[in-house]
Write a new protein. Structure first.
Length: 116
C-alpha cells in the first residue's frame, strides 16, 4: 500500500504541475519556485509532517520536500541557537542532497561534452 500511496502523491504533484505549465505562460523555473514555497507553507503550518507520514517516500522525493527541509532546518536552528540559528540551520537538513547533486553534476560534466 505504501508504494501505491507514494506513486499517487508524486503522480498528482506532477500532473498538477504539468497542467499549470500547459495552461499558463509560466516556465519550469516558476513552477519549481512555487512548489518550494508550497512546501515551506505546508511545513510552516505542520501539514507536511502529516503528508510525510501518510505518503512516505512519495512525499520526500518531489521538490516540495526541499521547502519542508528549509523550514524544519531553520526552525531547529532557531530553537538551538536563537535568531542567528535561522541562517545557520537553513540548509542543514538538505546539505547531503545538495552535496550529492554538486558532486554528480561535476562528474557528469567531466564525462560528457556540451553540444551547441
Amino acid at each position: 500500500m505504501n508504494y501505491i500511496l507514494s506513486f499517487l502523491f508524486c503522480g498528482i504533484v506532477c500532473a498538477i504541475s504539468q497542467l499549470v505549465l500547459e495552461k499558463t505562460r509560466w516556465t519550469p523555473g516558476h513552477m519549481n519556485t512555487l512548489l518550494v514555497v508550497v512546501g515551506c507553507v505546508l511545513s510552516g503550518f505542520g501539514i507536511y509532517d502529516v503528508i510525510l507520514k501518510t505518503f512516505h517516500a512519495g512525499a520526500s522525493i518531489p521538490i516540495i520536500n526541499f521547502g519542508y527541509l528549509l523550514v524544519t532546518g531553520a526552525s531547529e536552528g532557531y530553537i538551538n541557537n536563537g535568531f542567528i540559528g535561522l541562517f545557520k540551520g537553513l540548509l542543514v537538513n538538505a546539505s547531503a542532497g545538495i552535496s550529492y547533486t554538486i558532486v554528480i553534476s561535476f562528474i557528469i560534466s567531466l564525462l560528457f561534452k556540451i553540444k551547441n
